[in-house]
Design a protein around this ligand. Sequence first.
Ligand code: NDP
Length: 310
Amino acid sequence: MMDLRLAKRAIRLAKRHRTSPPIFTMSDELNFLPSLTGSFAKPAAENPTVEMVEAAYRHHGLHWRYINTEVGPENLGAAVAGARAMNWAGFNCSLPNKVEVIQHIDGLGESASVIGAVNCVVRRGDQLIGENTDGKGFLKSLEEIVDPAGKRIVMFGAGGAARAIGVEVALAGATHITIVNRSEERGNELVALLNDKTSAEAVFEKWDGDYSVGEGVDVVINATSIGLYPDVDARLALNLESLTADMVVADVIPNPPRTNLIKDAEARGCKVLDGLGMLVNQGITGIEYWTGVTVDGGVMRARLEELFGA
Ligand code: NDP
């Protein structure tokens, strides 16, 4: 048993040195068992989610931790079993586990089952349920700039992020979505999904050489991994002359937030949306699922901007 005097001293020291994250809060200062959440992805070192989530836990005095782990599909079953055994409240899945994780959990929420991918797993009773907050996170930040209802959209990519974003912007009323992708198979699959499950009209264009965005397009989205750290100098094969000042250009890449696409689009006079907004908004929803608390997105964005010098 820890001596009470020592415990109180430890609390004072933790407060004085702003131990990160706090081991103690006012209400449970002698509870040494935080609630656990985390992430399974590979690679994991470039993913700043842990800093963003723990900034929110600290700010709201939540006795919670977020553990960033490098886990690929080969160990995912064991990792999920471990999370169950340790009574984790939930976890994020990122590349390349978003589809793979489905076989290891007990059920899917509505958006995850339409999208066919899970980025956030939530413990409900003794079940682990997969949700998808990527598309909702993107939509929320897009809506701060433009309402997608009635809009024409061009999206590069047809992977997990593109599926989530495509479904959500279509459900929010976008009328026309062009999917531009390198692999025809993945591109056509996403187009079929959008035409089947939403009222948007979706078409596929194979990405072959520099793509020119057509007139009348309102929103251009990069949902590929081009530009993600460490490949920060990469550029989309895109005819920049085809970007016009009335377009919104959005990039999903959170690290670094100022990608070449964002810089190029700004130089063309477009309104731009970086990947941090999506990351913060999907984080708010995930934390709400796990803890029941709606956290302050400003605190999370500030921590990310501090890290990236944005
Ligand atoms: P996937 O692996 O599922 O999909 C990757 C997509 O990028 C595919 O369409 C792939 O095309 C395309 N792609 C990759 N490299 C190239 C290239 N050199 N040229 C052309 N196309 C390329 O990944 P996700 O969809 O899960 O993630 C994509 C990005 O989204 C990641 O960088 C991730 O960091 C980011 N993301 C950001 C979030 C945020 O909150 N800001 C949330 C979720 C994801 P093909 O099909 O031809 O292989």
